[in-house]
Design a protein around this ligand. Structure first.
Ligand code: ADP
Ligand code: 5GP
Length: 189
């Protein structure tokens, strides 16, 4: 195939981005591969190095910044960096379409980098209250962490007009169908 296209999913933490990303990756016909970001945050119990993220120390991450190895990078939370490695994208794009899970600023940077080859989709939670409920039920975040994620979510939702599409993940099956149609149209263009 000629070099692949790029799908960028962005959503406030807890809105269902991981769930919808997995659903897209399951559609073998889309030939999507997940771009594994680098991060300095702690690995969670259910995560694996080099599968969910390239988990790096702050020093390792900073060396890569100095060596200009990132397409984009963000300090998403205090002392926690996330970034898209050029090496990761170069490896995947030759034979696959790529799906990215990044924050709002990262999504805007990737759109600038890939231009028309990229489709950006924002996933809304049905409401801030429902978002908080899902985060609490998921049980992965401390109280302070939760507060920070809710604060960040409100800011992110204000930026959704910078995206090509915005969908609401209320009923999961409906959100799945909607995102499949959007991605199918884009990849077939
Ligand atoms: P994110 O990757 O955006 O942080 P997740 O995909 O991990 O979000 O979803 C957060 C939590 O909400 C998970 O426990 C997930 O099972 C649940 N969830 C996702 N979509 C829905 C939905 N439409 N209705 C109810 N719960 C949902
Ligand atoms: P989490 O800690 O929940 O895995 O991710 C926190 C936030 O960092 C999410 O909004 C996620 O999309 C974002 N993120 C993950 N990888 C990257 C990346 O490579 N670049 C940017 N800019 N954000 C990222």
């Amino acid at each position: 195939m000629k070099s692949g296209k790029v799908i960028v999913l962005c959503a406030p933490s807890g809105s269902g981005k991981t769930t919808l990303t997995k659903h897209l990756l399951d559609q073998k016909i889309f030939n999507l591969q997940f771009s594994i970001s680098a991060t300095t945050r702690q690995k969670r119990e259910n995560e694996n190095d080099k599968i969910d993220y390239h988990f790096l120390s702050l020093d390792e991450f900073k060396v890569k910044i100095d060596n200009n190895e990132f397409i984009e990078l963000e300090k998403v939370y205090e002392d926690v960096y996330y970034g898209t490695l050029k090496s990761e994208v170069d490896k995947l794009i030759k034979n696959h379409n790529i799906i990215f899970d990044v924050d709002v600023i990262g999504a805007v940077s990737l759109k600038k980098y890939f231009l028309d080859k990229a489709l950006t989709i924002f996933i809304n939670p049905p409401s801030i209250e429902e978002l908080e409920k899902r985060l609490i039920e998921r049980g992965l975040n401390s109280k302070d962490d939760l507060k920070e994620r809710i604060k960040k979510a409100k800011k992110e939702i204000e930026m959704k007009s910078s995206f090509d599409y915005s969908i609401t993940n209320d009923d999961l099956d409906m959100a799945k169908s909607e995102i499949i149609e959007i991605v199918k149209d884009f990849l077939n263009k």
